[in-house]
Design a protein around this ligand. Sequence first.
Ligand code: N5H
Length: 257
Amino acid sequence: MNFSLEGRTYVVMGVANKRSIAWGIARSLHEAGARLIFTYVGERFGKSVRELAESLEGQEPLFYECDVTDDESIIQTFESIQNDVGTIHGLAHCIAFANREELKGEFLNTSRDGFLTAQNISSYSLTAVARAAKPLMKDGGSILTMTYLGGEKVVQNYNVMGVAKASLDANMRYLASNLGKDNIRVNAISAGPLRTLSAKGVGDFNSILAEIEERAPLRRPVTQEEVGDTAYYLLSDLSRGVTGEIIHVDSGFNIIG
Ligand code: N5H
């Protein structure tokens, strides 16, 4: 079994800054020898991901702007990638959004607009991206998305994102079912809480981490590197028999009642 990803190309969507889970995934793939392609939205994140990627020695990454709320943008992005590199072997979808004001208080008060925005960016984007990426996965491939416990169980304040993650989980399974015949696998990682830009502004993040330290089997939060290495497993042939699966990289927190 060859563990190297040399000669393989992966698209990483959703690097915002050095704390991003997508950045942890990019670093693990880079260490394994993969060639990387990054997508971003907006010049602020374009600049940030370009600066970060400079630190990846020997890597000559490609960058594309991709707005996942826009079908044309998604199609354009993957057409450009096809023209520039031809074949890709996998993709990490690390994208989510919900209105800040709906990530606290009562879920009951979720607006129609806020609900649809969360579903659009955090779940439907996986379907649209998988469809656009499929023709580039000529040798088969592996698609990975990021989910969270709040889609399986009620987690305080996660609210509209919990419903979007439940949708994303089912989305991932239906895509896995469709794409298996093309030797394309689709899986998700459910990461424990990490201090990403998403978590910024979450009032009681310290108490969330304190609960992990007290109750999770491993008694500590997970790291970006641990999530990155599980992503490497799911995006490589090590996991070639695995599809439609959610792997919890959460210090075991999800098993505790
Ligand atoms: C139970 C919790 C705490 C409640 C936090 C929920 C976090 C939800 C994730 C979404 C994606 C955050 C989000 O959309 C924030 C935006 O409203 C504002 N931020 C932005 O616009 C920034 C600039 C951009 C880069 O962010 C996005 N998303 O585009 C969950 C936590 C314990 C774990 C956690 C933090 C989970 C998660 O899904 O990220």
